[in-house]
Write a protein that binds this ligand. Structure first.
Ligand code: SF4
Length: 371
């Protein structure tokens, strides 16, 4: 039996009617042409969907009333719907989105002084099975469509309002392994970055992979693509394989080789996300191995003190150790920052996104958490 991530993830079922949401300009032109309208009206629909972020056909004031009535009768405009929102004391908000088949995923709105970052999901559940991650314990349910990926952004911007004067960053660090859903991810990326639509610059979109080397290689072949982050989290194959099963197929050496071959633009760096688990991944020796790994290609390091959640079996590191590791990495010339996960009080932090009723019980990781 091949690993789950070697198999294509299940896809959403087909709806009976076409859905305009999530379609690119060519798709929308074809859609309006099929209704007997000139193709250029597809461009008006595109701007209404992605620039105006209209969610009902009656809002499309740029179209004739007759066409709006026709679209209402024959074409869906189905975005994911926010069905629950939980505000955190730190200003972030975790949203649950319901999809057209009743499945749910989560995203997080995180405002900062100089930007707003939206954490997005790419799949319902995840095939990668990382032991520290609540989503990983669900298993894979299915891929999200381009509409379901773009729709999380549309829904959060409509809910909170577009942040005036502050850029929007998107990070695929919610539910799912984005490189396991690369086709839909890149279709969504094209819409998200289109200057006539949401117009988010490619450099403000980051996908975080668990180390799916086949996906890293595919992503590198796209001339326009998001930035890459790697969820590294361990510095020896024994430790990484114990918490991230993908490492049993592509170990640290294979990962470093793939990242060294990844075609970066001038000034671009791969972000290494490193979750610090007390007594497991936070030793000074880990820090030295992390530095050696990171110096094999242009990299920056984000140290993320673990967010404890029920059943994880892991603890957060001591603050003094976080500081010592930070110093160790910056002394060898690596850009390093400590990232406090947002939304911890509403289980919106990294590795905590999971929908009740869709989750399996956490497995025993087999790791000791203190030595
Ligand atoms: S950490 Fe990411 S890749 Fe790993 S199981 Fe969780 S969602 Fe999947």
């Amino acid at each position: 039996m091949p690993p789950l991530w070697d198999l294509p993830a299940p896809e959403a079922g087909h709806a009976a009617r076409p859905n305009a949401a999530g379609q690119d300009a060519a798709g929308l032109k074809a859609l309006v042409s099929a209704l007997g309208e000139p193709a250029w009206r597809g461009g008006q629909v595109f701007e209404g969907l992605y620039r105006q972020r209209w969610t009902r056909w009656e809002q499309f004031s740029s179209l004739s009333k007759a066409l709006r009535t026709r679209l209402e009768a024959e074409v869906d405009l189905a975005w994911p719907a926010i069905v629950q929102s939980q505000a955190s004391e730190d200003g972030s908000t975790k949203h649950a989105f319901e999809l057209t088949d009743g499945k749910q995923v989560e995203g997080v709105w995180m405002p900062y002084d100089d930007r707003v970052t939206l954490c997005l999901s790419s799949q319902v559940g995840c095939a990668m099975g990382c032991t520290f991650c609540a989503t990983g314990q669900m298993g894979i349910v299915r891929n999200l469509t381009a509409a379901e990926i773009v729709g999380q952004v549309v829904a959060m911007l409509n809910h909170h309002g577009h942040p005036e004067g502050r850029p929007v960053n998107l990070v695929f660090m919610g539910m799912g392994e984005p490189l396991h859903n690369l086709d839909h991810l890149m279709a969504a990326f094209a819409i998200l970055t289109d200057p006539k639509g949401l117009a988010i610059p490619p450099r403000r979109i980051t996908v975080s992979t668990s180390g799916l080397v086949s996906g890293i290689e595919r992503l590198g072949a796209f001339p326009r693509r998001p930035r890459l982050a790697l969820s590294l989290n361990a510095t020896t194959d024994a430790h990484r394989s114990a918490i991230m099963p993908v490492n049993r197929v592509w170990n640290l050496e294979a990962l470093a080789a793939a990242l060294a071959a990844f075609p970066l633009q001038s000034g671009e760096r791969v972000t290494l996300e490193y979750v610090l688990l007390k007594g497991v991944t936070d030793s000074l020796e880990d820090g030295r191995r992390l530095a050696a790994f990171a110096r094999r290609f242009p990299a920056k390091v984000n140290l993320i003190p673990f967010n404890p959640h029920e059943g994880s079996g892991f603890e957060p590191p001591d603050e003094s150790r976080v500081g010592a590791l930070c110093r160790l990495l910056s002394e060898v010339g690596l850009p390093v920052s400590v990232r406090r996960s947002r939304g911890q009080d509403v289980a919106g932090a990294c590795g905590q996104l999971v929908r009740e009723g869709q989750a399996r019980k956490p497995k025993d990781s087999g790791l000791k958490t203190g030595d």
